[in-house]
Ligand binder design. Structure first.
Ligand SMILES: [Fe+2]
Ligand SMILES: [Fe+2]
Length: 184
C-alpha cells in the first residue's frame, strides 16, 4: 500500500461523520435544540481522529517528507494552504467545545455558535478532502522512491499505535486534575 492509502481510507470515515453532522444540523435547525452528547461525540471524533490522528499523519509524516523535496511552486503553496485549513478546523473545534460547555449550562446564545461551528465544519471538510484526494496526494507520490514510500507507511502505523495510549493517558491526567481541584 502507498502511504496515502491509510489517509484516503481515513477520509472516507471522516466523510461518513460529516454526513451524520449534516443531518443532525437539519434536526437542530428544526427543533431549536441540540443533543450535547452528539456534540461531545462530534468533538471527540474531530479532535482525536480527524485532527490528531489524520491531520497529524499528514503534517508530521507526509508534509514533513515533502518539505525535504524540491517541490513545484504549486505543491509548495498547496501544503501551506492545507496546513492553514487544518489550523482553521482546530480553531472551529475549540469554539464548538466552548459553546457546548456554555449550552450545557443553559446558555441559549451558545446554540447559534454551535450551529455556526457545525455549518462551517460540514462545508470545510469535504472541500479539504477533495483537494487532497483529487489534486494533491497522487501527484505528490512522484517525489518519493519506493523505499521512501515504504518508510512513510511504516511510520504511519507507528504513529497510530501510540495514539490510543496518548488519548487515554490524557484522559487520566484530566481526571486526576479534576479530582485534585475537588479536594481543594
Ligand atoms: Fe488534511
Ligand atoms: Fe486529509
Amino acid at each position: 500500500m502507498m502511504p496515502i492509502g491509510p489517509l484516503m481510507i481515513e477520509h472516507r470515515l471522516i466523510e461518513r461523520m460529516i454526513d451524520v453532522m449534516r443531518e443532525e444540523f437539519v434536526l437542530i435547525m428544526k427543533e431549536k435544540k441540540v443533543d450535547p452528547e452528539f456534540i461531545e461525540t462530534t468533538v471527540d471524533f474531530i479532535h482525536t481522529y480527524a485532527d490528531r490522528c489524520h491531520h497529524g499523519k499528514e503534517e508530521d509524516i507526509l508534509f514533513r517528507d515533502l518539505g525535504g523535496k524540491k517541490l513545484t511552486e504549486e505543491h509548495r503553496r498547496m501544503i501551506e494552504e492545507l496546513v492553514e485549513e487544518h489550523r482553521r478546523g482546530r480553531n472551529i473545534t475549540g469554539k464548538l467545545v466552548e459553546a457546548n460547555a456554555k449550552y450545557v449550562q443553559g446558555s441559549q446564545e451558545a446554540l447559534s455558535t454551535i450551529m455556526d461551528c457545525i455549518k462551517t465544519l460540514i462545508a470545510f471538510y469535504p472541500q479539504h478532502i477533495e483537494k487532497e484526494d483529487k489534486h494533491f496526494f497522487i501527484p505528490c507520490m512522484d517525489y518519493f522512491s519506493d523505499a521512501e514510500k515504504e518508510a512513510m507507511l511504516k511510520e504511519e502505523w507507528e504513529f497510530d499505535k501510540s495514539l490510543i495510549h496518548e488519548k487515554y493517558r490524557n484522559m487520566v491526567i484530566a481526571a486526576e486534575r479534576i479530582l485534585t481541584a475537588k479536594k481543594l
